[in-house]
Ligand binder design. Sequence first.
Ligand SMILES: Cc1cc2nc3c(=O)[nH]c(=O)nc-3n(C[C@H](O)[C@H](O)[C@H](O)COP(=O)(O)OP(=O)(O)OC[C@H]3O[C@@H](n4cnc5c(N)ncnc54)[C@H](O)[C@@H]3O)c2cc1C
Length: 198
Amino acid sequence: MLGVRGGLPELAHHTLLFTRDWTANFEAIFTPPTTIPAPASIYVCRPSATDPGAAPEGDENLFILVPVPADPGIGAGGIAGAGAGDVEATADRAIRQIVEWADIPDLAERIVVRRTIGPADFADDLNSWRGGALGLAHTLRQSAFLRGRNASARVAGLLYAGSSTLPGIGLPMCLISAELVLKRLRGDTSAARLAEPL
Ligand SMILES: Cc1cc2nc3c(=O)[nH]c(=O)nc-3n(C[C@H](O)[C@H](O)[C@H](O)COP(=O)(O)OP(=O)(O)OC[C@H]3O[C@@H](n4cnc5c(N)ncnc54)[C@H](O)[C@@H]3O)c2cc1C
């Protein structure tokens, strides 16, 4: 996460920087021995492009998402470069990538706030398995009826909502998951969606 002095009109609210070698990128992340892809395909969010409250007037706020292996050994992030070596090196590379690919030569000098979050933070702060940021992948054996159910098989009345249960990852899915839990509580077995609250 970066706070940047001055404007960044070169970036849209959502910017995706894709590497040409797509396969190598995925292999680095998923095929053991895993490594942090360099360059990585990154997502850059500039919320201050549309939300004036996200940064002081005239300045910008960036959130950069760099896909890395689900490995807490990569380390935790920190403030102003205080994170683990691999995490900070990954952030440095991502900043250089934006400088070069989006043609913003003075970006690095204009950064006044810098905070990183690494897989160890996800493991320590959020109890996420292997420091993964997204929960169980939607592979065949972890999807549909093969994915963990919303109701515990061991503890009566214990229900689950969220990305690691049905139907899956992402905010829309997690909201459907909450809907499934509510339906279970009400004994509603219909496939229809819930009425929206007034
Ligand atoms: C960087 C990033 C970008 C994303 N972008 C998108 C996107 O653009 N669109 C999209 O749809 N989805 C996106 N996602 C995925 C989406 O955020 C998740 O799928 C969703 O937030 C998961 O919701 P959840 O309720 O299962 O878990 P969480 O939102 O992680 O909530 C779990 C909560 O439980 C708390 N907790 C953990 N352990 C304990 C404990 N022992 N006691 C009490 N509380 C505890 C945690 O602190 C946390 O607040 C993104 C995820 C990440 C990480």
